[in-house]
Design a protein around this ligand. Structure first.
Ligand SMILES: C[S@@+](CC[C@H](N)C(=O)[O-])C[C@H]1O[C@@H](n2cnc3c(N)ncnc32)[C@H](O)[C@@H]1O
Length: 381
């Protein structure tokens, strides 16, 4: 199951399945369940929603055996919390040109900031259930010293630094002008960067993105999907969200036995990505999307390794401090990752020849074939 990265590396994991010690607020939970009934979520009587049996705070557990293909619940599109459905959709639409940002999250964040502070919000029972954001143990809330000492060479430090810079730039340049212009809609707390950071963390750890119609299209902006975001994640998930025309449906993708937790997938994510965005990592070897270096790296030849490191930095395949992240959808593209690993695995003679050609291969066809083969296998590295 999951492991806290902050735990000392030498601690012994006697029982890898850690159940949540969090106590659900029964009143909020019941209100949320009533809200789901009123809004046709069609929650299967075969599942329990709450903190009993969940690995982290809220979750869902099978009360009876569930067959592959069974629908567990659905979410009508009108219940999705997104800029188009929010109470301030018109104001957002009117200012859309000034709300463009590199993350593409600003319209959803403004919608959330409004709904979260609105006692009459249509999503009140959903928003009341969201755990206290201070419980979200994302590395972006850790101190810089903690990140530097605990996450060295994982790629998380660089990714979080980038997130933090983006958050304050988007807040100052886009969010604040909109909030000030619409001061009748937003309370004082919306002028506060810390509150905004908490909303970003909520989107980071709870939102969903609908797959684009065409694989070449940009990824659509994120949205909040009540109830689907209660499910926890493991790489070997047993349920998955299907995006249908009128509703989104959570469907069992394998038989789920009575008593088992129902797990969704947040994507094909390596442990460093899970840690960066969700604040947890899966216990080795459960996450088959995680990646690691082959065992045969020439790490005993320090001079050669140093030279290769400098070469890869010059080729912009390695970060200046000599670290890099191996991951399919991580810092490196698949092709770059192939180049890095290929160089690291070369013996001295092969490497010197490669360096003389400035990293160009004479047999490009052979290299392309090798790279394709690598692409197929690298998930399993
Ligand atoms: C979408 S929410 C899932 C619902 C969450 N359990 C709750 O009670 O609100 C994602 C958060 O759940 C937790 N989580 C999800 N899957 C987990 C897992 N396998 N192990 C530990 N924590 C997990 C992490 O805190 C993550 O940021």
């Amino acid at each position: 199951m999951s492991a806290s990265i902050k735990r000392p590396a030498n601690s012994v994991e006697e029982n890898p399945i850690k159940l949540s010690t969090f106590k659900a607020n029964e009143h909020s939970l019941n209100k949320f369940k009533e809200w789901m009934t009123e809004n046709s979520f069609n929650l299967s009587p075969k599942i329990y929603v709450g903190n009993d049996g969940s690995c982290a705070q809220y979750g869902a557990v099978a009360l009876e055996d569930i067959e592959e293909g069974e629908s567990l619940f659905q979410i009508q599109r009108s219940c999705l919390l997104m800029p188009q459905t929010s109470t301030i959709s018109q104001q957002i639409q009117n200012d859309m040109d000034s709300l463009k940002s590199s993350s593409g999250w600003v319209p959803l964040l403004l919608s959330l900031m409004y709904e979260y502070n609105n006692p009459q919000s249509k999503w009140r029972p959903y928003l009341d259930l969201v755990p206290d954001f201070k419980q979200l143990d994302l590395p972006m809330f850790w101190t810089e010293t903690e990140r530097k000492s605990l996450l060295k060479s994982t790629g998380v430090i660089e990714a979080v630094d980038k997130d933090i810079n983006n958050i304050s730039t988007e807040f100052n340049d886009i969010i604040l002008p909109f909030v000030k212009k619409h001061s009748d809609l937003f309370g004082e707390c919306c002028l506060n960067l810390e509150f905004y950071k908490q909303m970003v963390a909520f989107v980071m750890a709870y939102s969903f993105t609908e797959p684009p119609d065409d694989e070449f299209d940009d990824s659509p902006p994120p949205m909040m999907v009540p109830m689907a975001d209660i499910l926890n994640h493991v790489a070997k998930n047993n349920a998955q969200l299907a995006f249908e025309k009128d509703a989104l449906k959570m469907v069992a993708i394998k038989t789920i036995k009575k008593g088992e937790e129902i797990y969704n997938t947040y994507g094909q994510l390596a442990n460093w990505q899970l840690l960066q965005m969700y604040g947890f990592a899966e216990q080795f070897p459960n996450n088959h999307y995680d990646t690691k270096l082959p065992k045969s790296l020439p790490i005993n030849n320090e001079v050669l390794l140093k030279d290769k490191t400098n070469f890869l930095i010059d080729m912009e395949l390695m970060i200046r401090d000599g670290s890099f992240v191996v991951g399919i959808s991580g810092v490196l593209t698949e092709d770059e990752m192939y180049q890095v690993i290929r160089v690291l695995l070369m013996n001295e003679k092969e490497y010197n020849e490669h360096k003389e050609k400035d990293g160009w291969s004479e047999d490009e066809e052979e290299e392309e074939e090798e790279s394709l083969e690598f692409g197929k296998n690298c998930i399993l590295l």
